[in-house]
Design a protein around this ligand. Structure first.
Ligand SMILES: CC(C)(COP(=O)(O)OP(=O)(O)OC[C@H]1O[C@@H](n2cnc3c(N)ncnc32)[C@H](O)[C@@H]1OP(=O)(O)O)[C@@H](O)C(=O)NCCC(=O)NCCS
Length: 165
């Protein structure tokens, strides 16, 4: 089936806010507080988050969505610098909707970002992943080396992986 990777646009905000609420609930059960996860699914919260996405939609941002037949099924957001490691880019967000896992889409987005990052002459990349999330093994599988951890939002242990590109 036909997939496309393109920059996220203002018009994606509502759909993306829904997708983010869903994917956080399928990814972080047992890792992030239940009340927080449930709250994300509230219509009011989705509306608020859609508004935030609308306000932050900015063409210079490296925030891309993966669509399948026009529907957003995944997304990646990265920056060309990181406050976690010197001279490294950072992937802040890489998500595929649960029903689409295991079809190569996660690697597709990762490879897309890596290609863009390397084109800028950057040779290192870091990614944080909350402890307990099975995706830690995904990053190890892609060649990431564990280099330490820190507290995310002052509460959740986040493991940091370094990729030499
Ligand atoms: C992590 C995630 C992006 C992977 O996407 P995906 O589309 O399911 O993965 P792919 O099908 O592209 O897999 C690519 C490779 O990684 C491997 N892989 C995928 N998930 C894995 C896991 N949890 N542990 C170990 N290996 C994994 C696959 O076997 C495949 O290997 P191969 O290409 O050598 O055969 C997806 O599972 C996801 O969105 N998870 C929830 C959100 C999340 O945790 N994101 C990271 C936040 S830090």
């Amino acid at each position: 089936m036909r997939t496309t990777i393109r920059k996220r646009e203002i018009e994606d905000s509502e759909e993306l806010a829904h997708a983010i609420a869903l994917v956080w609930n399928t990814t972080y059960q047992g890792i992030v507080d239940d009340d927080f996860l449930k709250g994300l699914l509230d219509a009011d919260n989705i509306k608020k988050n859609a508004e935030k996405l609308r306000n932050s939609a900015n063409n210079s941002m490296d925030y891309y969505v993966l669509t399948l037949q026009g529907k957003i099924i995944g997304w990646i957001y990265y920056t060309l610098d990181s406050d976690k490691y010197e001279n490294a880019a950072e992937i802040h967000s890489l998500y595929i909707l649960k029903e689409y896992h295991g079809n190569g889409y996660g690697r597709l987005l990762y490879d897309y970002a890596v290609k863009n990052i390397m084109k800028k002459g950057i040779k290192k990349l870091v990614i944080g992943c909350l402890d307990g999330n099975p995706s830690n093994d995904f990053y190890k599988h892609l060649g990431g080396k564990y280099i330490g951890n820190h507290l995310f939002r002052e509460k959740y242990l986040e493991n940091i992986y370094l990729f030499e590109l």
